[in-house]
Ligand binder design. Structure first.
Ligand SMILES: *[C@@H]1O[C@H](CO)[C@@H](O)[C@H](O)[C@H]1NC(C)=O
Ligand SMILES: *[C@@H]1O[C@H](CO)[C@@H](O)[C@H](O)[C@H]1NC(C)=O
Ligand SMILES: *[C@@H]1O[C@H](CO)[C@@H](O)[C@H](O)[C@H]1NC(C)=O
Ligand SMILES: *[C@@H]1O[C@H](CO)[C@@H](O)[C@H](O)[C@H]1NC(C)=O
Length: 923
């Protein structure tokens, strides 16, 4: 029967199977016995090789990342470019960055083979190279090349173009498999500009649209002969090429971007709760993969090769496994609430956090930071960039010194292009100004970020055997406006023909800074929102006044006894007006008994400054619409509602949306800015700006509004939806409509591009000819104005450079004049040389408070062409002229204690408001 046959066949098969099973088991037992008694096993070479590889791979995954054991014996750098001549730099003040920034060595330094070969004393045997370049630093300060812990150079290009907008993927909140190196554009204008500020190394991060935005890479900024992205990377992790590499090598550090809070929430319409879950879910994937790898390796190590299968791999989650293995410098977020999430996450999944970035509230929660698994992270901050979003609202300029007081490592970073990384050192200088000790301030842009990157063994410090990345500065590095005279990366000089004029002798020493102990304590006490109001006084006597700058019509007059203590003055103020200036005590007779006496300690009185260019007074938290005036209608795109009036008749007035008492406004006031001119925000037809008293408490206070309609503002840009030619056609119509432009109100055109400026000058000439009137025209922004300086001057057009040190953010601005060390002239000096009425402005409301330092900077890089009085004019008389503001007869006077308006050593202690007839006293 078919059935029987089959059954017999089945039984036979079964017997055969049993037989083979016994044989296999015996063989297995034999081999197992052989192994347990230590007999070598005769296996095919391929199998042996495979098992050896597995065991190496298992060893590798558990080997800590870091420099290989023989790293210190390297004789040349892996980045050394053959043919680079050695450099013997003599007579330098070498601020090495070592020992938490406390070490300064007076002596020489030798760079060769891409390395620092000797520091201080150079043994003669090292100086015999035939191609040796010898240079005398003449006592200049030399630091390590600066290390920027947080930058987006290359992944978002400058000028910014859609085709190179590679900073943020918008595919999902969790993308640990992405790599910034895959988007690193090598043609970003920022490389050269950042190097011109002394930055040599930067971590390039994906953006913060995602909770996990991807892996970041650390690059040196210099161009390479290969011109590739990868050739910029320092110590690329071996896993970059996949899992086939020599696993006997010591693993290199990897880096990963995480972001919490507002940015990912905005992009993915999620909450902080969702973010936290995204993180946990992702780390759980990583944990599962790690555990399966660990089990695999445990079996392999125990020799249980059978059924072992393949090493568990997953391209999407492998990088998180490396985070869990402590081999990734992971980094994170802003607010206390977010820090709390990450600290718990690090403890739940047991991984260390290298650094918290932005981290505006870290100074309020030092004890929380100390609970981070694996130790307290470095905290990377901005100096004064703050308040643009809710999560940055409590940022404090004192955060750096508060954290340092808790022994927490502080890093200053650029987040380029958020802060132009060319001015990374200025962040450290400002941190120092606000109380961070100088050693830690230097370390904050050299050795501390290098350590946070796991690259402290080769960059960020001047030491024998480190990479030959150094900067020779034209002044003390923490002095205002310190500028590189030369920058070396891998021993290669980076600036072809440096244009740096000498700085005053007083800039060669560490700047003295005010004592902000009280302010720092108050910032913490009030959870980051210390009161900024002032005490009002009517009668004040300022003593020990060393200099007085006053405004007389359209120029600045100076009385200067700086350094001549015997000549210092006393100034009496009665009802907000200066009534007496004298030596000694005679001014007292001009005052009642209830006078406030303020010792200015050699300080100075100077006119209140005017800020222009930012929406100060119309916004409080820029990214929170409910705190702002909002945007005006764009009549080129969409007509305003008929209720407002049609087309160009709908001229909006900033004064109608003005808010007083904002934090940026009051901080600007405390920085010596007493007037703000603000235009409505929007595209093309912005409307009428208003000039207001920054220190006033509301619009109805006496003289709070200085001029309700200052000037008419129009923006013309290639950035807008309507074509430039359409915009100019519309402007032409508006011009000839007398209804809109009355004769005495200046027309301020926000314009960056030189070709557009040329068209506008053409239009002005045509208008003047046809109407026999003179159009009062001012260009604001004006990044490319230096290219048309003569024509602008001939046309009598004013220029408000906004910002004063331009950067090519957009195509419109791509032809900036960079200033020293890349060009001898700056935009300011070029325009002044052609007798243009030049003023300066700011783009961001938070920087209005730094206006006095911008003035000093403009003067400092002018090679003595801009006097102190002319510098002050840039933000007083010149800006008044450009915007059609009254210049007197009365004006506000700011009292600086401990130094003058330009100094890091001074602080604003009061404002004499002639307009409001009071003296505001800060303390
Ligand atoms: C640097 O400062 C940190 C924090 O105060 C301290 O832990 C460390 O020991 C210091 N390092 C050196 C070399 O002084
Ligand atoms: C990746 O592969 C390229 C080409 O084979 C090689 O030059 C490079 O060194 C490898 N990178 C790493 C990090 O191993
Ligand atoms: C103001 O300047 C004019 C000349 O421009 C001069 O005559 C006058 O005395 C000055 N006034 C004061 C108060 O210094
Ligand atoms: C001026 O400063 C000196 C110290 O430099 C101080 O002794 C003196 O009391 C001050 N004078 C006044 C009037 O404040």
């Amino acid at each position: 029967m078919v059935y029987e046959d089959t059954r017999t066949e089945y039984t036979r098969t079964k017997r055969k199977f049993r037989f083979f099973l016994v044989v296999i088991l015996s063989v297995l037992l034999y081999f197992t016995l052989l192994r347990t008694i230590g007999q070598p096993l005769k296996l095919p070479a391929a199998v042996i090789a495979q098992r050896t590889h597995i065991l190496e791979q298992c060893k590798y995954i558990n080997t800590p990342a870091g420099p290989p054991p023989n790293f210190r014996s390297r004789t040349h750098s892996d980045r050394y470019v053959p043919g680079t001549k050695p450099l013997w730099l003599k007579n330098a003040k070498l601020w090495t960055g070592a020992r938490n920034g406390t070490e300064v060595i007076y002596g020489d330094i030798l760079l060769d083979k891409g390395l620092i070969q000797a520091v201080g004393y150079i043994p003669p045997r090292l100086l015999s190279h035939p191609d040796l370049r010898v240079e005398d630093a003449k006592g200049a300060w030399v630091t390590p090349g600066l290390v920027d812990l947080h930058s987006h150079i290359g992944v978002g290009s400058s000028p910014s173009l859609r085709g190179a907008a590679d900073t943020n993927s918008r595919k999902a909140p969790i993308l640990p498999w992405l790599r910034s190196i895959d988007a690193l554009n090598t043609h970003d204008a920022s490389y050269e500009l950042a190097i011109a500020g002394g930055v040599t190394t930067a971590q390039i991060l994906p953006g913060s649209a995602n909770n996990i935005g991807g892996q970041s890479f650390v690059i040196k900024l210099r161009p390479t002969s290969e011109r590739s992205s990868i050739s910029k990377v320092i110590e690329p992790p071996y896993t970059l090429n996949g899992s086939h590499f020599d696993h006997s090598l010591t693993p290199r550090w990897r880096h990963m971007k995480h972001a919490c809070g507002e940015n990912p929430s905005r992009v993915y319409s999620q909450t902080r709760m969702d973010s936290a879950w995204e993180f946990r879910q992702a780390y759980n994937e990583g944990r599962k993969l790690k555990e399966s790898q660990d089990q695999f390796c445990a079996k392999a190590k125990a020799g249980l090769w059978d059924d072992l299968g393949e090493f568990p791999e997953d391209l999407q989650w492998e990088s998180l496994v490396d985070v869990l293995r402590g081999k990734v410098k992971a980094l994170h977020c802003y607010e206390a609430v977010d820090l709390d999430v990450i600290v718990r996450l690090s403890n739940e999944f047991k991984f260390p956090v290298a650094s918290f970035h932005h981290a505006g509230e870290t100074y309020l929660v030092p004890d929380l930071l100390k609970k981070t698994w694996g130790g307290v992270p470095s905290i990377a901050l901005f100096a004064t960039n703050a308040r643009k979003k809710r999560e940055a609202y409590r940022n404090s300029e004192f955060a750096m010194r508060v954290l340092a007081d808790h022994g927490i490592p502080v890093v200053m970073k650029s987040d380029h292009p958020v802060v132009n990384s060319r001015y990374l050192l200025n962040e450290a200088a400002l941190a120092h100004f606000y109380g961070l000790n100088p050693a830690l301030a230097l370390a904050s842009v050299t050795s501390t970020p290098a350590d946070a990157l796991g690259l402290g063994h080769r960059v960020g410090t001047i030491r024998e055997g480190y990479d030959a990345d150094i900067v020779i500065w034209d002044s003390h590095p923490l002095a205002l406006g310190a500028t590189p005279k030369q920058v070396y990366i891998d021993g290669i000089p980076q600036i072809e023909d440096p244009q740096v004029s000498p700085k005053p002798e007083s800039f060669q020493v560490l700047p003295k800074t005010p004592n902000f102990d009280h302010e720092a304590a108050t910032a913490v006490k009030y959870d980051g929102l210390p009161p900024l109001t002032s005490r009002k006084s009517r009668h004040v006597m300022f003593t020990n006044v060393s200099s007085i700058y006053t405004k007389n019509n359209s120029h600045i007059e100076v009385v200067d006894f700086e350094g001549e203590e015997s000549k210092w003055l006393t100034v009496a103020v009665r009802d907000g007006i200066i009534t007496c200036v004298d030596k000694g005590d005679s001014c007292r007779y001009f005052l009642d008994d209830d006078v406030d006496v303020i010792d200015l300690r050699g300080g100075s009185l100077a006119p209140g400054l005017t800020t222009f260019g930012s929406p100060i007074g119309l916004v409080e938290i820029r990214l929170e619409p409910s705190t702002n005036d909002g945007k005006v209608y764009d009549p080129l795109h969409k007509d305003p509602p008929s209720l407002v009036g049609g087309g160009e008749q709908a001229i909006i007035r900033a004064v109608d949306g003005l808010q007083f008492g904002g934090r940026n406004t009051l901080l600007a006031y405390r920085g010596g800015v007493t007037t703000a001119v603000t235009a409505p925000s929007g595209e093309f037809l912005l409307g009428l700006s208003t000039a207001f008293a920054v220190g006033a408490s509301n619009a109805l206070e006496k003289n709070a509004i200085i001029q309700d309609e200052a000037s008419l503002h129009i923006a013309v840009s290639m950035q807008f939806t309507a074509s430039v030619s359409t915009q100019i056609a519309a402007l032409r119509r508006i011009l000839y409509d007398a209804h809109v432009v009355s004769g005495d109100i200046p027309l301020v055109i926000h314009v960056e591009n030189v070709d557009i400026m040329a068209s506008l000058l053409h239009l002005k000439a045509e208008y003047d000819r046809k109407t026999s009137r003179t159009l009062r025209l001012t260009f604001a922004g004006a990044a490319e104005a230096h290219l048309l300086a003569q024509e602008i001057s001939d046309a009598g057009v004013s220029v408000i450079l906004t910002p004063s040190r331009p950067f090519p953010y957009t195509w419109d601005q791509r032809r900036i004049l960079p200033g020293p060390p890349l060009s001898y002239d700056s935009a300011v000096t070029t325009l002044l040389a052609k007798d243009v009425n030049v003023a300066i402005g700011v783009v961001d409301e938070y920087t209005a408070r730094n206006t006095r330092f911008d003035l000093a900077w403009a003067a400092l890089e002018s090679d003595g062409k801009i006097s102190k009085a002319q510098a002050i004019a840039l933000a007083t008389t010149n800006v008044e002229k450009a915007l059609g503001l009254p210049s007197g007869p009365w004006h506000d006077i700011v009292a600086y204690s401990g130094g003058n308006i330009f100094d890091f050593k001074s602080t604003v202690v009061g404002v004499v408001s002639a307009q409001r007839r009071v003296v505001d006293i800060f303390n």
